[in-house]
Design a protein. Structure first.
Length: 99
């Protein structure tokens, strides 16, 4: 197998318009013309791979930064106790059932 072969599928037959108007006789001729057109236009080669584009605004990243900012800015006021008093957990408690 040569390097020009890109897959195992059989080559499709050429359309009549390609054979007559462009003078293409085989799929290899078509590939050569495609490669030349891409090179002249400054495009990437056939089979060069995928390009990953960076979004202008990454909304997930913005939301994560906002959540982090809110967590870091949260300050407990001095007059609010941080821990619950021990008396809260002592003594008889009622079990309420809400239906």
């Amino acid at each position: 197998a040569s390097a020009a072969v890109s897959g195992v599928a059989p080559a499709l037959p050429l359309k009549r318009i390609d054979r007559v108007a462009l003078g293409i006789q085989s799929i290899n001729d078509e590939r050569e013309i495609e490669a030349r057109v891409r090179k002249e236009a400054g495009d990437r080669e056939v089979g060069a791979g995928y390009t990953t584009f960076k979004r202008k605004q990454d909304h997930e990243e913005i939301a994560a930064a906002k959540r982090k900012k809110l967590i870091l800015e949260r300050v407990r006021p001095d007059d609010v106790p941080y821990f619950l008093k021990a008396e809260t957990f002592e003594g008889y408690k009622f079990d309420y059932v809400f239906t």
